[in-house]
Write a protein that binds this ligand. Structure first.
Ligand code: ATP
Ligand code: MG
Length: 418
């Protein structure tokens, strides 16, 4: 990180009289690079607009005022006030659709000599160790600039070499690729901080995440949000078997997802009576599967009412008895909507790595019980026979519909924001 940070972490406002004064010399803008959006043809502007919207939303949480603008197929985040560099970058790193964040220094066009001075200053401030190779890559968006791009490259290269004889030019694989873009103002940038990739949230419709207090489901939600999908969530709560603290843990996990996905509408459903009824009427080794089938049915009901286009779970083949291929088939059978299981082929350690990266892991491992652990059988079926399961679900015929309707009435919606 140190490489991006000149002496002070306070950044200057977008006021170019400050640019060459040492005490204010700092980045004034970020050029946002995006990858996949670029291939969307005629719909490209929709993706760009969604990205701008998500960037604005993410920056609301940061100190400082910004203007986010789209020009010539690029997005710039200009600082209109002082801002905290680290905090701003951290927020931008959570905006799906961004592949790179380039901190930019603006230079007023006051002649080539001034530009040379600004470039020399830029190199000194950004790179403490200048024992490096470089290349200047100029681009003239404003064609009335007196020098051609090639001339700018050569001339500025000379200025840099004069100022820093320890540096050398390498046009094929330079350590530093200094971009000089001639627009109304001149943009200098050379650093690219990686963004999260993916697509802007909101471009891919909405899906309902079954969010438990575990490690997997927040990661699953994050992965689908990464592809541009807005996330709503449902949590099956079983008081008094599950505590208020367990519910709070799920709210906190939804917050972790919301840090990337934007506000999450979390539906909390009281599932206790359904669980007790199944416990009473069905063989205990099939309890988890039958319970999971009811979770999916209820989740799908809410998903349809809230215009979601699919369900998301944190299931992964073979992780537990209820996630063998046969169990997944039995659970899936009650759904008519697509069920997205982005972790299906992941090992636990791979899931934990992502959970750590998105900062949900520490919350997930808090020890509060979740509703499934209370009712788990010692030897749950691992190869459920669907016909047998369906036959046993007949035992529930008398009361289950009413219990499902009552559970749906308990729906408590919590709008969770990061
Ligand atoms: P997680 O997958 O979140 O770590 P888990 O490993 O305990 O939880 P299971 O209990 O097998 O997983 O559940 C598999 C999936 O079912 C979860 O990933 C989640 O999507 C969903 N799920 C399980 N319990 C609940 C619950 N109480 N509320 C909402 N969804 C749930
Ligand atoms: Mg799991």
């Amino acid at each position: 990180m140190a490489a991006y940070l000149p002496d002070t972490r306070r950044a200057a406002p977008l006021c170019c009289s400050y640019v060459l004064k040492k005490e204010y010399y700092m980045y004034q803008s970020f050029l946002i690079k995006y990858a996949e959006i670029g291939v969307k043809g005629k719909n490209r502007y929709l993706f760009e607009e969604a990205l701008v919207k998500q960037i604005k939303y993410a920056l609301k949480k940061a100190e400082g005022e910004f203007s986010v603008r789209r020009t010539d197929g690029r997005i710039y985040v200009d600082a209109l006030s002082e801002f905290d560099f680290d905090e701003t970058v951290e927020n931008l790193k959570r905006v799906f659709g961004i592949s790179g964040i380039c901190p930019v220094v603006y230079v007023e066009d006051e002649g080539f000599e001034k530009l040379g001075q600004a470039v020399v200053k830029y190199m000194a401030d950004v790179y403490q160790d200048r024992n490096k190779s470089f290349k200047v890559a100029a681009r003239r968006a404003r064609k009335n600039y007196p020098l051609t791009s090639m001339e700018i490259n050569v001339e500025l290269g000379g200025v840099i070499l004069d100022a820093y004889p320890e540096m050398h030019v390498d046009v094929h694989g330079p350590d530093i690729l200094l971009h000089v873009e001639i627009r109304d103002k001149i943009c200098l940038y050379s650093e690219v901080i990686p963004g999260p990739g993916g697509m802007p949230v909101g471009t891919g419709g909405k899906a309902m995440l079954l969010l438990s207090g575990g490690i997997d489901s927040p990661v699953a939600g994050w992965m689908i949000a990464k592809r541009g999908v807005k996330i709503d969530a449902v949590y099956f709560h079983a008081p008094p078997y599950t505590s208020e603290r367990a519910k709070q843990k799920v709210v906190d996990l939804a917050k972790k997802v919301a840090a990337y996905a934007g506000p999450v509408w979390l539906h909390v459903i009281n599932f206790t009576d359904i669980q007790l009824y199944i416990y009473d009427k069905c063989p205990h080794d099939e309890l988890t599967i039958i319970m999971r089938r009811y979770m999916m049915r209820i989740a799908e009901h809410i998903a349809k009412e809230t215009e979601c286009l699919g369900l998301i779970t944190g299931e992964s083949i073979g992780q537990v008895a209820s996630q063998t291929m046969a169990s997944l088939a039995a659970t899936n059978e009650v759904c008519t909507m697509p069920v997205y299981r982005p972790l299906i082929g992941f090992d636990k350690m791979e899931i934990v790595d992502i959970a750590e990266k998105i900062d949900s892991y520490e919350t997930s491992i808090l020890p509060y019980e979740d509703c499934c652990t209370i009712f788990v059988a010692k030897h749950p079926v691992t190869k459920p026979n669907l016909n047998v399961i369906k036959r046993h679900e007949q035992n529930l015929q008398e009361g289950i519909e009413e219990l499902v309707a009552k559970a749906l009435e308990t729906d408590e919606v919590i709008v969770v924001q990061a």
